[in-house]
Structures are given as C-alpha cells and as structure tokens.
Write a protein that binds this ligand. Structure first.
Ligand SMILES: [Zn+2]
Length: 414
C-alpha cells in the first residue's frame, strides 16, 4: 500500500498542528517542529524465515538514520505472518525515534493492541528515567486485536559470554531452546565476519551439547538507526546502546518470532555498572516490562559476574576454552580491553587457570601491569577488577587481595 498517496504528508502536518493545544494540555509544552517528524511504514513482505519492512521518513530524521529504508529480520524459526503483529514488530524496532525524538508513526497497517500498549509502557518508563519530554508516537496508528496464539517456548537469549554461559548451565532443565542474535553486539560495524561466524559456531555447539534447539536470528537494525547520533539523550557515560537499544533489539527479535516466549530469559550481572553510568536498561524492572504475547525475563540479576565465573569453573570448566568476551578487538577475546582483562582476573581469583582459557598468552604480563596500576587508582574506576578482588582465592584487606592476585599471576599459578 502506498500510504503517502492516500494520506498526504502536508495534510497530516496540518492536523497535527491543530492538535498542538491538545498536547500542551495533556503533556506540557512540546515544540512545534517535533510534529514534522514522521515515519511511514509503507509495505511489509514476509516469508517463514525473513521479514522486510519498507518505510520512509521525514527529512528531519535523517541525522538519526543511516539512509537504509528497509528493515530486515531473518530467523531459523518461523516468523510471524499476521499484518498487525508485524506492524507491531516494525513499530517496536523504530520506537526509539518516537520515544526520544517524538517521531510520529503512520501506516496503512493497523498495529496489534497488546504490542502497542507494551511500546507505550516502555516509552513512559524511559521518559521518566531519562527526563525526556513525554511523547505520543503512535496516536496515528490504527490498532486492532490479534487473536493468533503461538506455541509456548521457554528460551535463553545466548551470546556466548560469561553471563549467558552461566545461565545456560543453570537453566538447562527449564528451557527448550537458545536464541542467538548474530548482530547483537554494539559496534556492529567493527564486527568481522569471522567473529560473527565463530559466535554462531559456539551457539550451535552448546545447543547440541545441551540437546536444545537453536534459534538463530539477524537484523539490520544497526544499519537503519544511527546509534551514535542518539547517544546525547543518555547520561554522559552511557550510550543509546547501553541505555536502551541492547534490550530493545532483543525484544524486537523476540516479538518477530512466531512463538510465545514464556519467557525469553536474559542474563544479567552488569547491573551495578549500568546503575553507575545511569542506564535503566539492564534493570529487571525495565527488561521485564517487555511483556506482550512473549516476554523478557531477567535471570540471575543479583548474581555477580565473579560468582558466575566461579560457578562455571566448578560446573563447566571447558567453556573457558571457547569464551566470548570482547566487543572491541574483532576477536572473541583479547589481552587488552578492560572487559577481557577483568574477566581473566576473575577466573584466576576464582581458582581457574589462564592455561585453560582462550585468552592470548600475552595477557599474563599485561594483567600484571594493569593490576599494579589499578592498585593506585580509586576502586570504582575498575569495576571488573574490583569484582575480581572478591574472588574466593583471595582473603584479607584490599591490599592483601591485590598482592595475592598479583602473586598468582607472577608465579604462573593462575
Ligand atoms: Zn577484549
């Protein structure tokens, strides 16, 4: 359907201008220019395993989008086919532009009522958390009730890192499949093909070992939304990705699949970090708000990464040979980034050995330098290193723990 022909943009803007007073009365002052922003969902095409959403948008949204006007989602599990459900998938995927900037969504397609109320709920939580001006991005969308009932599935969102591995071993009797989203990672442009393939190979291997089904998905969402352009609406040390998109991206994929995830478990242990940088997106209260016919549920939110490392050392030590930690180096692990170094220290502090991991050999010396430096700066600057000091191999004061950890490294015992 060519919606632009049936509903000229000029007419839309006139109507919106007339509604200005209504908005001021309902939500307080809203700048008139906000109303010019719009996103038009023109057409949806679908097969069992792929979805294409063709859309257009107003010029003032250009800084926030890359110019790609087709959103694609692929999955090895059948995808939804109902038009209102699919309109919901699209609206959720682009909703950040409505929540943050007030972009108005329009389409000849009606949106599923349940998804619409979920999107509005999430928008309201975000607006309160980040002090954004309240918006009403979907008032122009027709809504409808979708009576389709999908098969219930219990699944774990699996990236291959410490959190999802620990959850996998703890949840193995409560789930029937794992969901792997190839381009889940933040800096998608930095991801190499080999790195993407490796993470999928890992996911396949664990699914096979655990006798679980694997759902493999991919979207082009990071080629549609310009993440960096939206960072400025989030706290200084946070980002669009950390503050919202890593969760919303999971929810988009969950919502696109023709299953009723009850629930799709999401591993969490970065909560202290997210609180520190002012992100609300890793709290269970936010994640668990994604509740439609499927729902997200945070698992082990209050279990520290150190405790998860120790659980894996005791339960499944071989996982450290295939660990996936790094988002920055282009490889699964590196010897330089803070996340890899912190994780390696946690393994040693938990009683594991670097020789039983896939970290490069060069990491040992680099960790000794990092530890020496870390002992001189305020603790909260090195959250993962600080957490490694709580490892079960270490005792005494903070200084004594640093020394013991350094000795384990220097003596080759860790
Ligand atoms: Zn790294």
């Amino acid at each position: 359907m060519d919606f632009k022909k049936t509903f000229p943009v000029e007419k839309k803007i006139n109507i919106l201008e007339n509604l200005h007073d209504f908005f001021i009365n309902s939500f307080g002052p809203i700048h008139k220019e906000d109303f010019a922003m719009y996103i038009l969902l023109d057409k949806i095409t679908c097969t069992d395993t792929s979805l294409c959403f063709y859309f257009d948008y107003s010029d003032d949204l250009k800084p926030y989008l890359w110019g790609e006007k087709t959103l694609t989602i692929t999955s090895t599990y059948p995808l939804k086919r109902d038009e209102s459900a699919l309109a919901g998938v699209f609206c959720l995927a682009l909703a950040p532009l409505g929540w943050i900037l007030g972009a108005q969504f329009e389409s000849g397609y009606a949106i599923d009522n349940e998804v619409l109320s979920c999107i509005n709920r999430i928008g309201s939580i975000l607006s309160k958390n980040y002090s954004w001006k309240p918006t009403a991005p979907f008032i122009w969308m027709r809504s409808t009730t979708n009576n389709h009932t999908a098969k219930a599935v219990q699944a774990l969102f699996f990236s291959g890192g410490v959190d999802s591995l620990a959850s996998l071993y703890r949840l193995k009797n409560r789930i029937t499949c794992i969901l792997h989203l190839t381009n889940f990672d933040y800096e998608n442009v930095l991801l190499q093909q080999s790195q993407k393939e490796l993470s999928l190979i890992n996911a396949r291997m664990y699914a096979s070992q655990m006798k679980l089904d694997l759902i493999h998905c991919e979207t082009n969402l990071s080629s549609v939304i310009n993440h960096c352009a939206l960072d400025k609406w989030f706290p200084r040390d946070c980002s669009f990705w950390l503050g919202l998109q890593h969760v919303n991206h999971m929810a988009v994929v969950m919502n696109a699949i023709d299953a009723s995830f009850s629930p799709l478990y999401v591993s969490g242990s970065l909560d202290p970090l997210h609180k520190k940088i002012g992100s609300c997106a890793s709290s269970s209260s936010f994640i668990n708000s994604y509740m439609m016919d499927s729902r997200l549920e945070v698992f082990d939110e209050n279990v520290s990464r150190q405790k998860k490392v120790e659980f894996l050392i005791d339960t499944a030590p071989r996982v450290f040979k295939n660990l996936r930690v790094c988002y920055t180096s282009g490889d699964a692990v590196c010897s330089d980034c803070a996340k890899c170094q912190g994780t390696a220290l946690m393994i040693i502090a938990g009683g594991g050995h670097l020789a039983d991991t896939n970290f490069p050999h060069s990491i040992r010396e680099k960790l000794m330098v990092t530890l020496a430096k870390a002992s001189l700066v305020p603790p909260d600057r090195n959250m993962l290193i600080m957490q490694s000091l709580t490892g079960r191999m270490l005792k005494g004061t903070q200084k004594e723990r640093y020394i013991t950890l350094f000795d384990l490294l220097a003596n080759g015992k860790g």
